[in-house]
Design a protein around this ligand. Structure first.
Ligand code: B3K
Ligand code: ZN
Length: 871
């Protein structure tokens, strides 16, 4: 496919004032009739033809202003409908198409899942349903009639409010008519039909509007949707309080389906969810699942304002809705749970996914300027880095300035399809601040490196911080300009307390200095003792920080820093340096510093359990590899990490045993953050206590596995057992399977644990599991749990030196590509770090990628990833 460039954007030539859709649902021949009220756009090209997008469509009938049209006045291909000479500047075009939802394995457009009907239209799926100007800047008022056999689909849902429903005379069919008064682009269209159970609730908005809430699930799963409903109501309240945003329809429905390409979709008034992000009970869902559900429910709900009421002008602006909405869901979860712990978890995820993306061949700006396949740009950069950019705006403008900017953005652009320029201008205009340098965060890819060193002048009582910034070259961007980087910091005195922060005797507001030049010095005054700088507090900017802090400074910060994020970061950095040395040289350096810091954190009664669990979880193999950056041998990384875990586990055995006992549950299960934190710390202790594989640790894990009353405790015990080559492993895996075999979402966890075993036998095990009746290549959750988890989280086996891991994954990609190109492309993107590997493994990855790239008939999705990865 050819490249699309942001600079080529043109306003649409035709607008759609309203659209009336009629669906007659049928398993293989669904009839779609659409009536478009088309009007020439005064801002479009004069005299332009009507060109509507299609994708694999079969045209049945065409009429203009009620009169059938034939012959040369139009041209219809599966991918396009063209009226070269439209009759007038406004007319009604009626189009009838036939689609086959059962044959739709891409899960884009109208498809079937567990024999129900559902749709996914973002970004370009609506064109697989009917001919339409399928672009986000064409907003229209949709009315949708859905008709189906009543026995096959007793539930019929659409966007907006239900206006009418009934039986179709003398037939077994019935219908429902839904009307959405809010103009929207086609990507927000949805319909659902099927046999579904409903849980109901209601929400009273702050202005007194009663909203009917429904969550639809497969029959028998109603009891599992309660937590999602609770999260929805809390989200609705929070958006009113934190952003002044109220819900705007009489109904809000969520449908959980088991076949879905991503997490969920924010269709207006009718969110469709991967059931993984809806269904939870203590027996089947982990604490991570609960927080994932809360986060995704909130995210999709928040899109109602940031995404739906204000949408994107074009797909280059994707971060306008995604980065902003991720920021909003992060803030929600921070308010509902522990803010520092949420921040730590978010930064861990950012580094694991986005920093690696930025460092490899798939790096792109938060707002890309060119793409071949937009589906490949729903990335950690657009989402997570996009959220970081919004967070930095808030840091720079302060709470009040940020809120004023958001308010102005909503006021100016409600009902519009907006751009990043519109967004940034709202903040600039609301606060009077020039944000032109800041806007580079949207345009320049790559993670800035901030190199910092300090100079203490005892006589003057000053501390000079010299800062240099550099953004490394990335694909298409060899050189960069200096960025505006909000650097939150503190100067920690010998007593562990923050010393006053003043530049030239002027106090630094909010503890944030602004780095804006390539090289810059900050002279802090009025100090009585040499401070230890605590830099980039709260991870105020998404940068790689290189500082001259010593290991001793870090032990000090880990114990005393007033900023919890940096206490976490200090101990992680101590561990990371040890792991890097261990991986490079084959032997670990002295580990006392880490043991000392870890012991102090474990013993600190002022810290909550969730924080301790985060601080003591050693950096992952992926993070070590990313820090090493080149010639990475995953086996050496694994060995170093294993050795360090053993060193810490052995040195702190007593403390971990005490913690394990102290963190035992005191009452019935509750998914709240503090109970989850206790479980996390207890399970971390369990892992360290078993790390040598000695009998006592294994026995403890086995006992916990058998006795657990919740999935978190059960699955972590199983995870501990699977890491060790012990007889208890296979027995526990079998017991787990027998217990949960009817529950696909739980069996996904079973697939993942086995895919993560760092042993040469894993590849064969995965190939066997692909033949297991519980596995299906057609279901994205299954593919991600088994093959995706292998490629993304088992670096030693995916990158086997003999190349078998690489070949296996690319074979799966090629098989999957003809069924579901989006999921195939996502899987192939796990090669994004291959250039950092040592030469043998790098060559094997490159060979595997080339084989993909040279395969004829690839989807645009897979072809795009293969080409860019090889770049
Ligand atoms: N907006 C959807 C993502 C659609 C992805 C299409 N490939 C979910 C979300 O971010 O809320
Ligand atoms: Zn989103």
């Amino acid at each position: 496919p050819k490249a699309i460039h942001l600079s080529d954007y043109r306003a649409p030539d035709w607008l759609v004032d309203k659209v009336d859709l009629d669906f007659s649902l049928h398993p293989s021949q669904t009839r779609v009739t659409s009536k478009l009220s088309l009007r020439r756009n005064p801002a479009g090209a004069p005299g332009a033809p009507v060109v509507l997008n299609g994708d694999g469509l079969t045209l049945v009938r065409l009429a203009i202003d009620g009169k059938p049209v034939a012959g040369p006045s139009f041209e219809a291909t599966p991918d396009r409908l063209t009226l070269a000479h439209p009759p007038a500047d406004a007319f009604v075009l009626e189009v009838e198409t036939l689609v086959d939802p059962t044959a739709n394995t891409q899960l884009m457009g109208l498809y079937r899942t567990s024999s129900n009907y559902c749709t996914q239209c973002e970004p370009e799926g609506f064109r697989r349903i009917t001919y339409y100007p399928d672009r986000p800047d064409v907003l229209s008022v949709f009315t949708t009639r859905v008709e189906a056999d009543e026995a096959e689909a007793p539930v019929l849902l659409g966007n907006g409010n239900l206006v009418e429903s009934g039986k179709v005379d003398d037939t077994s069919r019935h219908y429902a008519v839904w009307h959405d008064p809010w103009p929207k682009p086609s990507y927000l269209f949805a319909l659902v039909g099927g046999r579904l159970a409903k849980i109901s609730d209601s929400f009273l908005t702050r202005s007194g509007r009663e909203v009917e809430l429904g969550i639809y699930v497969e029959h028998g799963k109603e009891a599992r949707a309660g937590y999602a409903m609770d999260a929805l109501k809390r989200s609705m309240r929070w958006d009113e309080e934190a952003f002044g945003r109220e819900y705007d329809l009489d109904v809000f429905n969520i449908v959980a389906v088991s076949d879905f390409n991503m997490g969920a979709m924010e269709n207006k008034g009718l969110n469709v969810f991967n059931d993984k992000y809806v269904l939870a009970t203590p027996e089947t869902a982990t604490d991570a699942d609960y927080s994932g559900i809360e986060g995704v429910i909130a995210h999709e709900y928040f899109h109602n304002w940031t995404g739906n009421r204000i949408t994107c002008r074009d797909w280059f602006q994707l971060c306008l809705k995604e980065g902003l909405t991720v920021f909003r869901d992060q803030e929600f979860s921070s308010d509902e749970r522990s803010r520092p712990v949420k921040r730590i978890a978010d930064v861990r995820a950012l580094k694991a996914a986005q920093f690696t993306e930025d460092q490899g061949p798939l790096a792109h700006p938060v707002r890309p300027e060119t793409y071949r396949e937009i589906n490949n740009f729903y990335t950690a950069t657009v989402y997570e880095k996009g959220a970081e950019v919004v967070r930095m705006l808030k840091t720079l403008l302060g709470e009040a300035g940020f809120r004023a900017g958001m308010d102005l953005y909503f006021e100016r652009h409600d009902g519009e399809a907006a751009t990043i320029e519109d967004f940034v201008a709202s903040f600039a205009d609301a606060t009077g601040r020039d944000l032109s340098q800041f806007a580079l965060w949207y345009a320049q890819s790559g993670t800035p490196v901030l190199t910092v060193s300090g100079a203490w002048d005892a006589e003057a009582g000053t501390y000079r911080l010299d800062v240099a910034q550099e953004v490394p070259p990335t694909p298409g961007q060899p050189t960069k300009k200096p960025m505006l980087i909000p650097l939150a910091l503190g100067l920690v005195g010998p007593d562990g307390r923050d010393q006053p922060l003043a530049l030239g005797n002027v106090p630094v507001e909010n503890g944030v200095v602004e780095v804006s030049e390539a090289r810059q010095s900050f002279l802090f005054t009025g100090l009585d003792a040499r401070p230890v700088p605590s830099l980039n507090r709260g991870f105020s900017a998404p940068v790689n920080l290189v500082s001259d802090l010593t290991e001793a400074d870090r032990v000090f910060l880990a114990a005393h820093d007033a900023d919890p994020f940096n206490r976490f970061d200090a101990i992680q950095r101590i561990a990371l340096e040890m792991l890097k040395t261990g991986a490079r040289t084959g032997s670990l350096p002295a580990t006392e510093a880490l043991v000392t810091a870890a012991r102090a954190i474990l013993a600190d009664t002022t810290l909550d359990a969730a924080f301790k669990a985060q601080a003591l979880a050693l950096p992952g193999e992926g993070e070590v590899a990313r820090e090493l950056a080149k010639d990475v041998d995953p086996d050496a990384v694994f060995a170093a990490r294993k050795a360090l875990r053993i060193a810490v586990g052995t040195a702190l055995e007593g403390a971990f045993a005490t913690t394990y006992a102290a963190m035992a549950a005191t009452g019935p299960f509750s998914p709240d953050a503090s109970s989850a934190g206790r479980r996390a710390l207890r399970n971390l202790s369990l892992d360290f206590l078993a790390v040598t594989g000695a009998a006592e640790g294994i026995a403890r894990a086995k006992a916990q596995f058998g006795a657990a009353d919740n999935m978190t405790d059960r699955i972590t015990a199983l995870a501990v057992l699977t890491q060790h080559e012990v007889p208890e492993r296979e027995a526990a895996l079998q017991a787990f399977y027998d217990r949960f075999e009817r529950d696909a979402l739980v069996i996904d966890k079973w697939f993942t644990l086995q895919a993560q075993i760092a042993a040469p036998s894993t590849l064969e095990r995965i190939k066997d599991l692909m033949l297991h009746p519980a596995f299906s290549l057609g279901n994205p959750n299954r593919v991600r749990s088994l093959v995706g988890a292998f490629a993304a989280t088992n670096p030693t086996q995916f990158n086997r030196a003999d190349g078998a891991g690489h070949d296996f994954v690319t074979d799966v990609v090629l098989t999957l590509d003809s069924k579901n190109p989006q999921v195939a492309a996502r899987l192939l993107a796990s090669f994004k770090t291959f250039r950092q590997l040592e030469p043998v493994r790098r060559a094997s990855a490159e060979r595997a990628l080339r084989k993909v790239a040279e395969t004829p008939g690839l989807s645009p999705d897979v072809a795009d990833i293969a080409t860019r990865a090889l770049g």
